[in-house]
Design a protein around this ligand. Structure first.
Ligand code: AMP
Ligand code: MG
Length: 422
């Protein structure tokens, strides 16, 4: 089972105070392992699934020599030498799916359609736009070369060739490629099952009437949506009050029913934060202070061998820590070798942004292009870590690096567009 050496991490933490974003991510990545279970599924179910074995082609592609154009197939021995012109009589017409049954005689041509199988005896096709037809014959000049306009069998893929490697998260073109080989089923990694619950006496489920001093649960819904987008199965365990007995029961249940557990809230230092106390009994958990804003308190470890992400309570901190930490870890667990590329880019800040060096700040921004095609970014509103509105209005993170101080309008900043993330 997956366990990590908690003691040493805690000691380190005491010495270091807080972890940088990079340190925290490395520790998490080191502590998760690629899943080994696989299942065979039909290709129609395989989109976004991760290949568990190399895909080897059982056939040649194309499977037969065929014409790349509509035209006339002939033997290249009949091509004229400049300035001559050749005339050949045409013996018939070959259409796709209906092969010519005999060998083409050397002094004949046959009309052929795109994709139709080349007849024995022919090795060259002249496009129909490059011939003159006359009753049952074609005339052509000396501009043609031997073998032109013919697609050879196995030209794209050879039988026995590996065409997709283990760890590929399948995309629509790859599904098409697999189908083109006549393969109906693929071996993929089994999906990750994630158990999710929210913590807090003040948290209300959708459908409950508003109550004084309480707020609606948003984290469970954003976490579950993000997990579903990644192809995880979700066990929704609802909202658990700040009660050590209930929390402990729920952690036991979660670790029995899932590969990964996600919670939100209860990981900061606070009166009602029982998570620590409860987890001391059931798991090996690190409670980290990460030098980032939002998302400073993060818990991570294993509960009865099940990977556990204790995300902060504040809704934006949840999104930021999910994206910065959980996403790369889930990709590693899923064995994805071609993760979605979400490139960061440099954009000009249109405003001043206050920032202290010594922690990474991840702000919500609106990225756009000027008429001249240059990238520019502004923040999307108030940046408090509980303010979901500015997260919802944003289309990118503005990453203000650990050592960076305040940004003046006009400076370049690093921006991570959301596309593909949320
Ligand atoms: P905590 O770390 O539990 O003290 O939570 C920090 C802040 O996040 C508090 O203001 C909580 O009310 C809020 N919070 C915790 N869980 C949720 C949730 N599931 N949905 C929305 N806000 C939450
Ligand atoms: Mg709480």
């Amino acid at each position: 089972m997956k366990t990590i050496n908690v003691q040493s991490s805690c000691d380190d933490e005491k010495q270091m105070g807080t972890l940088t974003v990079e340190d925290a991510l490395h520790r998490m990545l080191d502590a998760v392992t690629e899943r080994s279970t696989t299942e065979r599924i039909h290709l129609t179910q395989a989109i976004d699934r991760v290949l568990a074995e190399p895909l080897v082609s059982p056939i040649n592609v194309p499977s037969h020599r065929n014409s790349a154009v509509d035209g006339y197939a002939l033997n290249s021995a009949m091509l004229p030498i400049k300035p001559n012109i050749t005339t050949l009589s045409v013996v018939g017409k070959i259409v796709a799916g209906h092969p010519y049954q005999s060998t083409l005689k050397q002094d004949k041509a046959v009309q052929i359609m795109t994709g139709a199988q080349m007849p024995e005896g022919a090795d060259t096709v002249i496009m129909q736009e490059h011939v003159e037809t006359e009753q049952d014959s074609v005339r052509f000049d000396a501009r043609h070369t031997s073998g032109q306009n013919v697609r050879q069998a196995g030209e794209d893929i050879k039988q026995g060739q590996t065409i997709l490697k283990t760890g590929i998260k399948l995309t629509p073109p790859q599904i098409g490629l697999i189908a083109s080989l006549g393969i109906a089923e693929v071996n993929v990694k089994t999906a990750i099952t994630a158990a999710v619950f929210s913590t807090g006496d003040e948290i209300l489920s959708l459908g409950q009437p508003p109550r004084e001093g309480c707020i609606y649960d948003s984290n469970r819904y954003s976490i579950i949506s993000a997990l579903k987008k990644l192809g995880c199965r979700v066990v929704d365990l609802g909202i658990i009050s700040d009660d050590p007995v209930k929390l402990k029961e729920t952690f036991e249940l979660a670790s029995n029913s899932a590969d990964v557990i996600f919670t939100s809230g209860g990981v900061s230092v606070g009166e009602a934060d029982f998570t620590k106390q409860v987890l001391a009994d059931v798991g090996n958990i690190n409670f980290w202070k990460v030098a980032m804003k939002p998302g400073r308190p993060v818990a991570f470890g294993h509960v009865n061998g099940t990977t556990f992400f204790g995300l902060p309570g504040n809704p934006v901190a949840v999104m930021v820590t999910f994206y910065q930490f959980a996403l790369p870890c889930l990709q590693k667990i899923m064995g994805i070798k071609n993760p979605l590329i979400t490139p960061s880019l440099q954009a000009q800040s249109t405003q001043n942004i206050r920032k202290l060096p010594g922690r990474t700040e991840i702000q919500r921004g609106i990225l756009s292009q000027t008429e001249a095609g240059e990238w520019q970014v502004c923040t999307s509103g108030k940046q408090g870590s509980g303010i979901l509105r500015s997260m919802s209005d944003a289309n990118a993170f503005i990453i203000l690096e650990h050592e960076r101080a305040s940004v003046s309008a006009g400076e370049q900043v690093t921006v991570q567009p959301f596309s593909g993330l949320f």
